[in-house]
Write a protein that binds this ligand. Structure first.
Ligand code: FAD
Length: 504
């Protein structure tokens, strides 16, 4: 494995909202002179070597994806960060690599090294007439980075990114790496395990815990993903009255006789954006229906502000700046007017709809998940408290995600409504967030925090949000990692969240 020690002593996240002191940042790469599999196995050894060094020197270690998170989960104060993005080999899978017990068709499986960008995987799959099953609104994350926090889109009949991962090659220590998959859903053959020179561990609890584990279960070297046939999305964004019929859809996801382009047809994607300063014209409602892929369509184009049909508010709210409260409504309306263009029947693949984005300005983004039954109540509450604790320099967005199997996946309700609050970087925004979380708790509305976005996770809140699942996650971490590895894969935020417990 190639390791370039950059000598960097600080690291800043993509949104430039914090800077962390580190001891070094290593750029990793596969040995170009080796064939793909030999190179992969050589990198496994290289990663183990880095863990051995870290243990010997007592230096915390952490894998970095694209650095898109707002929380300090990819960083490690005074430790070494590993830039995994160049680790982007992909391996198409044939029947010899697949267990006879696997019920699916091997042609839909892809084994990807952890640094692959979501956009890279989409591009590779498209050449094979295949597609990822879902992504976030933007696709700049790495596959391991995206699953590390449970990144999601609004595929409410599928789930979040980690829900298409069916196997994980995990480097847990200087002398141990393993292939983790569910006992209830075996995927790979003995030949595959032999090729990776690894150890097979089939265990639902361990696998589900490792899925969303923010870098603290070791280094994910590769993942097996399930894909599907390439498809098109038929997307429309319209403004609809924020009335009882829209609220009913938000809290049931029942589309019978819906006043939407597809009528009663269940969309693949459904999202609602509320601009509290322009509710008379209604909510911005985006629907995307799945259609078989056929060439000859006109791919989606960005509007003059550079915003495409799948972009979420995080893509344009950074252009806002804090203003005097009296000016905020005009400011938000101006930015929205310039950024959001209504559109009808725009067609594109998943990767074309939810493509990479140009990050604009210092932005804060917070997101909480709640059972969909609370979606409309919370939306109403937000519009109302904005008049007392606001005005918020931003908008309220709602997306919908099917329940994840990941032990600490924040989209863990049967159907989760994810409310996003995107706004310019400022103390006022942070204060607004704090008051919103408090209000949700006062109103006894159950919710979870997106691990990668601005949040105020505390041990008490983790207990309230996850209960026994948090204990199961800690137990799984202790089972997979030995004492030395637990130590180097612990960072301050894990300690702050109380998830660093070492069991006797
Ligand atoms: C413009 C923008 C749009 C966004 N849109 C969405 C969205 O639509 N939906 C959504 O849910 N989120 C969204 N986010 C948040 C983002 O998707 C998450 O924070 C995601 O986890 C970031 O992925 P990353 O590759 O940047 O990982 P990083 O932020 O670099 O890392 C995330 C975690 O993964 C761990 N990790 C990374 N690689 C490895 C590895 N190889 N082994 C072990 N651990 C690893 C890191 O240690 C860290 O704990 C958005 C962020 C931005 C900036």
């Amino acid at each position: 494995m190639e390791v370039v020690k950059t000598g960097d002593k600080t690291w800043e996240n993509r949104h430039e909202t914090f800077v962390e002191d580190i001891s070094d940042l290593y750029e990793l790469g596969n040995q170009a002179s080796l064939d793909a599999l030999t190179g992969y196995n050589d990198t496994t050894k290289g990663l183990q070597g880095l863990i051995a060094d870290a243990i010997a020197t007592q230096t915390p270690l952490r894998a970095l994806g694209s650095g898109w998170s707002w929380t300090k989960i990819a960083t490690v104060n005074s430790g070494v960060m590993l830039d995994t993005k160049p680790l982007n080999a992909v391996f198409d899978i044939t029947a010899t690599s697949v267990s006879p017990a696997y019920p699916g068709d091997p042609k839909y499986l892809l084994f990807a090294q952890s640094g692959n960008g979501i956009w890279e995987l989409g591009a590779h799959l498209k050449q094979r007439n295949l597609s990822l099953k879902t992504s976030g609104a933007s696709n700049g994350q790495t596959i391991a980075g995206a699953i590390g926090t449970g990144a999601h889109g609004s595929a409410f009949d599928f789930g979040a990114v980690q829900d298409f991962v069916v196997g994980i090659h995990l480097i847990v220590g200087a002398n141990r790496h393993l292939w983790l998959e569910r006992a209830s859903a075996p995927v790979v053959s003995a030949a595959f395990i032999q090729n990776l020179q690894t150890e097979l561990v089939q265990d639902d609890d361990l696998f589900n815990a490792a899925l969303v584990s923010f870098g603290s279960f070791g280094i994910i070297h590769g993942v097996m993903i399930e894909t599907e046939d390439l498809f098109l999305l038929d997307a429309t964004m319209q403004r609809l009255p924020y009335d009882d019929s829209l609220k009913a859809i938000m809290q049931t996801l029942d589309f019978t006789n819906a006043n939407l382009p597809g009528g009663s047809e269940r969309p693949f994607h459904f999202s609602v954006l509320l601009n509290p300063y322009d509710m008379e014209k209604g909510a911005y409602v985006t629907t995307m229906y799945k259609r078989p892929y056929q060439p000859g369509y006109q791919p989606p184009v960005d509007n003059t502000a550079g915003i495409g049909p799948g972009d979420d508010a995080a893509c344009f709210m950074g252009t806002l700046t804090e203003a005097l409260p009296a000016l905020i409504p005009t400011l938000v309306n101006t930015v929205l007017g310039a950024s959001l263009t209504l559109f009808n029947n725009q067609f594109g693949t998943l990767g074309e709809m939810f493509d990479n984005t140009t990050l604009r300005g210092k932005l804060l983004s917070a997101a909480v998940g709640m059972p969909i039954a609370y979606a409309a109540r919370v939306a109403d509450l937000m519009l109302s408290i904005n008049k007392t604790i606001g005005p918020f320099t931003g908008v309220f967005s709602f997306r919908f995600v099917k329940q994840t199997k990941a032990t600490l996946g924040f989209t863990h309700y049967e159907h989760t409504c994810v409310m996003e609050l995107d706004a310019p970087y400022s103390n006022t925004t942070y204060n607004f967030y704090t008051q919103v979380w408090q209000k949700l708790e006062d109103e006894q509305i159950p919710f979870t925090f997106h691990w990668g976005k601005v949040n105020e996770v505390t041990p008490q809140r983790i207990t309230n949000m996850y209960g026994a699942a948090a204990d199961a996650w800690i137990a799984a971490r202790n089972k997979l990692l030995d004492a030395d590895s637990i130590k180097i894969f612990t960072n301050p935020i894990l300690q702050q969240w109380g998830l660093d417990t070492v069991l006797p």
